[in-house]
Design a protein around this ligand. Structure first.
Ligand SMILES: [Zn+2]
Length: 263
């Protein structure tokens, strides 16, 4: 069955049930599943996404602001007070949603499910998932830009401008996150490439694959079917999509797990 996001705007309940059954069948048949997750997987944990209708970047662009400017490495270096002043709240807080747990439980039950995530919230690991590649780093890990000393979020101490500072050298302590203007560590890219190459089923969840790296990774996939799960209709051309489910991550993953439990 071929389905294209563009012509799947009607999503009747019976269609959804059939789609989840189809997905369960594909997962059951697959030896290795690669799940590519983006911001849409975390919105149900209370973290706003970037590019959906109500996303952070969509809102900024509507206000005439350039989102790349606010999350650019140059700003972190040149004006850390401004950078951290605008980004307070990044760090642990949100909890995994039922979708994260369902995926982790499927892995725990013996399915080879390798996650490649664009998210920096660490929620897949917190839910217990073991095979996770964090393409853009993690807000759970921080390090000093002066001496490289690693820090945990809970250890951070801030100066009067609310800039996290190193106990040893007083350097700026930053999240181990890839900002605009920075490159992904080649070792992480290689891990992600291995996860994609090993898979014979690719699920693309909650992401429009807007960054070049994410798109190139997905395009490098030569395994079996491709399934897209997203709340909004999206286009990820030129990737050929075998099944599109227009629904939320948590709902689909829970229903998938329930279905697999009964196979
Ligand atoms: Zn330091």
């Amino acid at each position: 069955m071929q389905k294209n996001p563009q012509n799947n705007s009607l999503n009747h309940p019976q269609d959804y049930k059939q789609q989840v059954n189809h997905l369960a069948h594909l997962v059951e048949q697959a030896k290795t599943v690669c799940v590519f997750t983006g911001a849409g997987a975390s919105t149900e944990s209370g973290i706003p996404d970037y590019r959906s209708r109500f996303g952070i970047w969509t809102k900024m662009e509507e206000e005439g602001k350039d989102p790349q400017y606010f999350a650019h490495y140059k700003r972190l270096v040149e004006d850390p007070a401004e950078f951290f002043g605008r980004r307070i709240g990044n760090g642990p807080g949100p909890k995994p949603n039922p979708g994260h747990y369902a995926l982790a439980q499927m892995e725990g039950a013996g399915k080879d499910i390798r996650i490649v995530t664009q998210n920096v919230d660490g929620l897949h690991q917190e839910a217990g998932h073991r095979s996770v590649v964090e393409l853009h780093g993690s807000h759970h890990r921080w390090y000093c830009m002066g001496c490289d000393r690693p820090y945990k979020f809970q250890e951070l101490r801030y100066d009067h401008q609310h800039v996290p500072r190193c106990y040893i050298c007083n350097g700026v302590v930053r999240p181990d996150v890839v900002y605009f203007g920075e490159n992904i560590d080649p070792k992480i890219v290689a891990q992600a490439e291995r996860a994609v190459a090993a898979a014979d089923l690719l699920l693309i969840v909650g992401t429009t694959l807007a960054t070049g790296r994410a798109k190139r990774l997905a395009r490098s996939y030569t395994g079996g079917p491709v399934v897209v799960i997203n709340c909004d209709e999206i286009s990820i051309q030129p990737i050929k999509v075998d099944l599109f489910i227009q629904a939320g991550f948590a709902q689909v993953m829970q229903d998938l797990k329930t279905r697999l439990d009964h196979i």
